[in-house]
Ligand binder design. Structure first.
Ligand code: ZN
Length: 210
C-alpha cells in the first residue's frame, strides 16, 4: 500500500483536501482555494494556554467570591456576589433567567476551565490523560454556552442606569470579571487543539513501538 508521507487536512471553510506542509515557528498555513487559516506552528501554545487558564481560574474564583457591586440608597448599603444575584433572581420568580445566568456565567466557565486544566497539566508533564478525545469534543460543544463577556456587558449597562438613581460602588468581582473576559479571549486565541492531538499521536506511536 502506498502511504503518502504528508497527511491530508480539510479546510474548515471550503472542505478542500490538501497535504500538510512542515512549518517554522510562527508561520501559518492557509487554504490554497479560500485563504482560510488551516493551522499554525506555535511551539509554546500549550504552556502559554495553561498559564492563561490558571490566571483565568484565579480571576474566576475571585469574581464568584467577592461582591460585584454595592448599592447605597439613603445610607443603606447592599452588596451581592454573582451567586447572590442568581439566587435573588430565583427568589423573585425569574427562574428561567436565574438558570440561564447560572449556566452561562458560573457552570459552563467552571467546567471549561477545569477541563482545560485536566487536559493541559498532564500534557506539560508529558502524560496524556485518559479520555482526552471525548473531553476535547465536550469542550468544543459547551464553549458557545460560556457567556462571561455578555454578562459583563449587561453589568456595565446596569451600572450606568443605576448611577442615576443611587450611589453604585464597583466591587472587586467586577474588575475580576473584566480581567476574566480578557483572559478567556486570550485562552481561545492561544489554545490550539492540534497540538493536543499531536501529543496523542506521539503517545499512541510510542505505545505501538513498546
Ligand atoms: Zn478553504
Amino acid at each position: 500500500m502506498n502511504i503518502h508521507p504528508k497527511p491530508l487536512i480539510a479546510c474548515r471553510e471550503c472542505d478542500l483536501l490538501q497535504r500538510e506542509i512542515p512549518l517554522s515557528p510562527g508561520e501559518t498555513s492557509c487554504c490554497s482555494r479560500c485563504g482560510a487559516t488551516l493551522y499554525r506552528c506555535s511551539p509554546d501554545s500549550l504552556d502559554r494556554t495553561l498559564a492563561l487558564v490558571l490566571a483565568a481560574s484565579l480571576l474566576f474564583i475571585i469574581a464568584n467570591v467577592y461582591p460585584i457591586l454595592s448599592i447605597e440608597i439613603q445610607g443603606d448599603r447592599n452588596a451581592t456576589n454573582l451567586y447572590g444575584a442568581v439566587s435573588a433572581l430565583w427568589d423573585q420568580d425569574m427562574r428561567s433567567v436565574s438558570f440561564l445566568v447560572f449556566v452561562t456565567t458560573i457552570l459552563v466557565p467552571a467546567i471549561e476551565l477545569s477541563m482545560m486544566i485536566f487536559i493541559l497539566l498532564p500534557l506539560r508533564q508529558q502524560r496524556v490523560p485518559a479520555g482526552i478525545p471525548l473531553l476535547l469534543r465536550i469542550l468544543q460543544s459547551i464553549k458557545p454556552w460560556g457567556m462571561v463577556e455578555v454578562f459583563m456587558l449587561g453589568i456595565l449597562v446596569s451600572l450606568v442606569k443605576l448611577t442615576d438613581s443611587s450611589s453604585v460602588i464597583p466591587g472587586v468581582a467586577l474588575w475580576s470579571f473584566g480581567g476574566l473576559t480578557l483572559m478567556l479571549a486570550a485562552v481561545a486565541t492561544s489554545f490550539n487543539p492540534r497540538d493536543v492531538w499531536a501529543h496523542i499521536k506521539t503517545d499512541n506511536a510510542q505505545g505501538a513501538v513498546k
